[in-house]
Design a protein around this ligand. Sequence first.
Ligand code: AMP
Length: 414
Amino acid sequence: MTPDAVTPGGGRGATRVLVLNCGSSSVKYRLVDMADGRRLAGGLAERIGEGDGGRIVHTSGSGKPREQSHLFPDHAAALKAVAEELRADGLGLDAPGLAAVGHRVVHGGTRFTAPTLVTDEVLDEVRALTPLAPLHNPANVTGIEVARSLRPDLPQVAVFDTAFHATLPEHAARYALDRAVADRYSVRRYGFHGTSHQYVSRSTAALLGRDPAEVNVIVLHLGNGASASAVAGGVCVETSMGMTPLEGLVMGTRSGDIDPAVVFHLHRVGGLSVDALDELLNRRSGLLGLCGENDMREIVRRREQGDAEAGTAFDVYIHRLRKYIGAYCAVLGRVDALAFTAGVGENSAPVRSAATAGLEGLGIAVDPARNALPPQGPRLISADHSRVAVAVVPTDEEFEIARQTFALVHRSRG
Ligand code: AMP
């Protein structure tokens, strides 16, 4: 697409960006005005392709959420419902001021290392990456196709979850595998949650009143999926997820790091098929596998009541986290800040406390009273004497996608 072809979108004064995050059975969306960063509307359409029980929860501005039941046979039906909800607020896809649609795309492989204007060729290349993200990329492609069909004149921008990690040096990206086999099958470490790591590392620098280029940050994105990254002067140099989002930290339902020979063993001795192993490691492991529960609030509550399985699940989770903090201190050499984000990182004082306890030798000391304060905006929880600033920084992947989308469209317009 030439820069000229971008201009028709919403015209030069258009400052709104619609962000679409299409998962395998859901669509998260947000309309942002980039003139002032305001969230104009947003919501979630769920249970796509799952028969009954589909619904859309839509919030306009700072109003109350409104919920509607729907049958969503496919993503096209869900996206049409999203467009209708927006139209009801006078914010439909044909309303003036819409500059572009920004799409979260999970896997960009080695091909896409920056936000990219969608063309037919780009869509073909994203489709070709499906073997690396079989659950996610097809849903992302469908979202783009439907949005394009609704507004063919509007720029559509793909923002890749892997892109922020494209700067990983080869020694961090390459597995110690036979080089020819690894290269033939695109086996390497890509990393995920990139928009979150980028947003949080930059926001942490802002919280410290410093230029991102000056600070080294360890970001701990602890949600249902969890990943850590080491960001040196704004550049990602290491991250815990690998070829897929299965590697690294203990997560809600994913095992994170495991000896790969466990897979051979369970196949040969346990008779588990490849699909059964995939399901085991991605959906029935992690906190859920350890104690039957993947909500950290419930695990902390059960542990406090003396539940041994919940106690072990918490300890395994924290131990892995501490190993990564230590490793990333070594990777970075000098650490200026440690930032906690996402559902667990932003909300769980017990997790932050246990993850950082006894790390004074690494310059990390958390103030218990600051840590215990209820969630609020970005804030410091480190003790005054802590050499490393410890921060809680709410992530905002949708805003970051909107920002990157708008910046690209703006640049293209010249
Ligand atoms: P996310 O994937 O970022 O939406 O995070 C979802 C996870 O955050 C849930 O599975 C919960 O385990 C966790 N979470 C949310 N609120 C809290 C809280 N107040 N305390 C501990 N964990 C929480």
